[in-house]
Design a protein around this ligand. Sequence first.
Ligand code: ADP
Length: 302
Amino acid sequence: MFCVDPRNIAHSMICLCTPQTSGPERSLQERQKQHMARGLPKQKPIAGVKQVIVVASGKGGVGKSTTAVNLALGLTANDPSKTVGILDADVYGPSVPKLMSLKGNPELTDNNLMRPLMNFGIPCMSMGFLVEDVAPIVWRGLMVMSAIEKLLRQVDWGLLDYLVIDMPPGTGDVQLSITQNVPIAGAVIVSTPQDIALLDARRGAEMFRKVNVPVLGIVQNMSVFQCPKCNHQTHIFGADGARALADTLGVQVLGDIPLHLSIREMSDRGQPVVVSSPDSPEAEAYRKVATAVVQRLEELSG
Ligand code: ADP
């Protein structure tokens, strides 16, 4: 069994970024023409994966990764016969290693595929397993694409009913590249009820629509704060913004996740609430989202 040497990954990405030939004989314009001639990449399923669910948000810090992880765990908690994996596509700031309490380099299979790291019964793959410290790396556009391509195609997932992809925030090249490369069963948009987050969420939803990815619905995160002492509920960011946005976009609200100290604390410890406090209302909220996601997927396929 071999382990992936992060330097090889970095090297092969650099090779992919370096133009094959340069100089006056092959101008930038010619190369661009060739790119255009090749057209859009063909969508190809990920080997062994039945349905891909992407979890996206218009901006960072709204709880997208926390939702992605707890959604994946909620899918198996609701139906233990289902196999679920997590792909952390947030190459700029991967948080799945921390949220799932995983560390280390993936082993390579005999077919030279990376074997996902596993915790709580969920196989996970993340850029965070391949490079020591992602943040200081100056990622150029094509390097990022090359990294994404590896994460999508060079992983041995085994057989999965659902692969949950934690997307980077926003509507950039990575999101477009993923939606163009693999068939996606549906997108879950995470937003807080703040106006600004909602505007960004709307942009995200519209991007998925443009590339024909069904938007399964919106998860309204941190909509209500329940005081642990007196149980008083406060709508810190407003009560029903996501609901209004969902109505405007003609999609469902898949669930409301409360702003709760234990969600933050457990996430920081790498113990997502769905597994660490399965009987809590917070875990129940994530499981409800998982139920709504499966229902929407069944409606779409039926
Ligand atoms: P994103 O992926 O959108 O950048 P994260 O999932 O990393 O956001 O969450 C950002 C921070 O907010 C983390 O510290 C996380 O623990 C916390 N957080 C997310 N959702 C909740 C919630 N419902 N209640 C309390 N804290 C939350």
